[in-house]
Design a protein around this ligand. Structure first.
Ligand SMILES: Cc1cc2nc3c(=O)[nH]c(=O)nc-3n(C[C@H](O)[C@H](O)[C@H](O)COP(=O)(O)OP(=O)(O)OC[C@H]3O[C@@H](n4cnc5c(N)ncnc54)[C@H](O)[C@@H]3O)c2cc1C
Length: 301
């Protein structure tokens, strides 16, 4: 039986693997191979890399560090998680793996605007499409920015980006905006244009990306989709863990879910969706797991 099975090998899962392997625990890590971190062309807000680092390179370095201490990453999707008489059972297809504890670090998936993958990936690489103004709002300072979204969520994203540039347009993803009067007023007060959609027929035009709108085709230096995300918390919820309405797992300040022995870290838990936060939560979770297992059976060399 493993001491801990980590589900997900993004920044959260890999950080936990480094900690737990260095605590001399027997661990296993599964990953289905689509970390949000791998989508980052070059992060400039992650401390320690003054010239930035690509998400893929950061993941590769973390994996190398984890492997140095004996951790391994199995490229496989975990399909089931159940509480057992002693600990948990993880299912991968028709194989099962028992574990004393679980760390869920499965992240989230952003809802994308409707466009072909090839266009999406090129736009993402070139910074024409961006998903995270907390991460890269600085890079659109004084640029022309479109935000695809509506309602309270769209308004909040547009207002946040207004801190970086005066040229922000909120475009409805569907035909018409759903903006209560209070939202419209907040946007008007901040000088943010709001234009009906539908957004679509995205095209890269030179150094800009354009979209159709109710007012015709509009081009921007960058577009931020504000379309929400799917939280990959299903496994934990099926095992009985409590989640907020949006699907994020509820955790205490030691990353414990409501199911004893089941921990969560990174984007899948409620908090700031950032690499640094994912890493910090994973360090806390791993150390709490170590101390919990040590109380059950002292860890001795
Ligand atoms: C375009 C973009 C740019 C960003 N830029 C920055 C930035 O500059 N700075 C910053 O701090 N943050 C940035 N972020 C956010 C950052 O990527 C995330 O906060 C971070 O990746 C969260 O780490 P995580 O480990 O929680 O989740 P993830 O990195 O998403 O990793 C989760 C892992 O779990 C695996 N998984 C999911 N379900 C299963 C399953 N059932 N079985 C096995 N494996 C599973 C997935 O395959 C994935 O590898 C950006 C995000 C995007 C999309």
């Amino acid at each position: 039986m493993d001491d801990c099975i980590i589900i997900g090998a993004g920044p959260a899962g890999l950080t936990a693997a480094i900690y737990l392997a260095r605590y001399h625990l027997k661990i296993r890590m599964f990953d289905s191979g689509n970390s949000r971190c791998a989508m980052i062309p070059c992060t400039h807000n992650h401390a320690g890399y003054p010239n930035g680092i690509s998400g893929k390179e950061l993941l590769a370095r973390m994996l190398e560090q984890a492997e140095k201490y004996g951790a391994t990453r199995d490229l496989a999707e975990v399909t089931g998680l159940h509480v057992a008489e002693e600990g948990f059972v993880v299912r991968v297809g028709d194989r099962t793996y028992p574990a004393r504890s679980i760390l869920l670090a499965t992240g989230v998936v952003n809802h994308r605007p409707d466009m072909p993958d090839s266009l999406h990936n090129e736009a993402l690489q070139r910074g024409l499409l961006r998903y995270c103004p907390v991460c890269d709002g600085y890079e659109v300072t004084d640029k022309r920015v479109g935000v695809v979204g509506t309602g309270d969520h769209g308004m909040r994203e547009a207002l946040f980006i207004r801190g970086f540039t005066a040229d922000v347009t909120l475009i409805a993803p569907g035909a018409a905006h759903e903006l209560p009067e209070s939202c419209q007023k907040a946007l008007d007060d901040a000088g943010i244009a709001h234009i009906d959609g539908p957004c679509g027929d995205f095209r890269i035009e030179g150094d800009q990306i354009s979209t159709g709108t109710a007012k015709g085709r509009m081009a921007f230096d960058s577009i931020y989709p504000a379309l929400g995300s799917r939280i990959r918390s299903r496994l934990a919820v099926q095992a009985g863990a409590r989640a907020a309405e949006d699907g994020c797992l509820e955790v205490d300040d030691h990353q414990r879910t409501s199911v004893p022995g089941l921990f969560a870290a990174g984007d899948v838990a409620k908090g700031l969706d950032q690499i640094s936060h994912a890493m910090g939560e994973a360090g806390v979770a791993a150390t709490t797991i170590r101390n919990m297992l040590n109380e059950e059976r002292p860890i001795r060399r």
